[in-house]
Design a binder for this molecule. Structure first.
Ligand code: INI
Length: 156
């Protein structure tokens, strides 16, 4: 019988960093709230959650890297909102942010979760930040807990 390894959802005792972009702050505030609510409802103490605000999504990867290097956190949630309507350089910002978070994630020994919305309109972003179709901040917190538990289960 093949052994199945699954992650569980428990944030008790975890120290978590949320890196959030101030650009499109109305949206990212909602993502941060979703993430914090989820972590607290799964046992994380509010004192164990640090929220680090950076100017925009482009700055999220470098800050995530610094946070990994600090060695103080059990996981990082990256929360940003890149909205096509707001900029002609949407594609560049979205691509660099995504690539950067991916690179940090692969080099980190803790989960670095991609909680960045990339949408055509502000309305779509609001919908995905809790107004209609779930909250990507909440979902990111779930991913962090699951991956954190999986990391500890597959550790040597
Ligand atoms: N940053 C975002 O997070 N979302 C955006 O939609 C956005 N737009 O539209 O430009 C954005 N730009 C700022 C960027 O992330 C950097 O902060 C800025 O370029 C300075 O490096």
């Amino acid at each position: 019988m093949a052994k199945q390894i699954k992650g569980s959802f428990n944030a008790k005792g975890l120290k978590i960093a949320v890196v959030a972009g101030r650009f499109n702050e109305v949206v990212t505030e909602m993502l941060v709230k979703g993430a914090v609510d989820c972590l607290e409802q799964h046992g994380c103490k509010s004192d164990d959650i640090d929220i680090i605000w950076v100017p925009g999504s482009f700055e999220i990867p470098i800050m995530a890297r610094k946070i990994v290097e600090s060695g103080k956190y059990a996981g990082i949630i990256c929360a940003g909102a890149v909205i096509r309507g707001a900029t002609p350089h949407f594609d560049y910002i979205a691509a660099e942010t995504t690539k950067g978070i991916g690179q940090v994630s692969l080099q980190a020994d803790v989960p670095v979760v991609y909680g960045v919305l990339t949408t055509d309109t502000v309305e779509q972003a609001m919908d995905r930040a809790g107004a209609k179709t779930g909250n990507k901040g909440w979902d990111s917190a779930m991913t962090l807990m699951e991956m954190s538990d999986l990391f500890s289960k597959i550790k040597k």
